[in-house]
Design a protein around this ligand. Sequence first.
Ligand code: IMP
Ligand code: MG
Length: 186
Amino acid sequence: MNVSSQEEFNNMIKGVLISEDEIRAEIAKAGKLIDSFYDGSPVLLVSVLKGAFVFLADLVRAVSVPCEVDFMEAKSYFDATQSSGSVAVTRDLRQNITGRDVVIVEDIIDTGRTLSEIVKLLRARSPRSLRIVTLLDKPSRRVTELNADYSLFTIPDKFVIGYGLDYGELFRNLPYIGEFNEDFCK
Ligand code: IMP
Ligand code: MG
């Protein structure tokens, strides 16, 4: 997306929905929960690019159990009229997850379509366990059965940006979760 000035960029942000302090506090809790759950066993944190990279970076430093990180990237082909679609994996994990404890670290679960396809794919590889942690959950938009095992914030049906989440590839650098000013929607 083209933005011609800092002023225009700033005007596209309607306001702060979740502050840096609120995010930090919830991540500390999530880290402790992961520690108590895996109790010293190694885990693999799998993040779905690009949106979850900031969340993963903070979450991994709130976790004390031995952990590795890996990344997947997927492109979704869904439209409003489809009840199911397909997900093409454009970057797969670099390792075998058979027998491992895996945690998917996601930025937001909206309809749930992308993640439910990724879950299917990873389950087929027989990990020892597979759990989902999501920073944000928009349950009102869900069209699949998929739910996170742990969600840090439940949000209303608003388009959000910042802290890794984008609109037209911009706004990932905001340190908070903001609301996108939909007057700027194309
Ligand atoms: P799904 O509808 O659950 O498959 O969502 C797929 C992807 O859409 C998410 O992983 C996000 O990358 C993106 N997405 C959904 N809602 C928002 C939002 O409010 N802001 C930014 N990205 C979003
Ligand atoms: Mg995502």
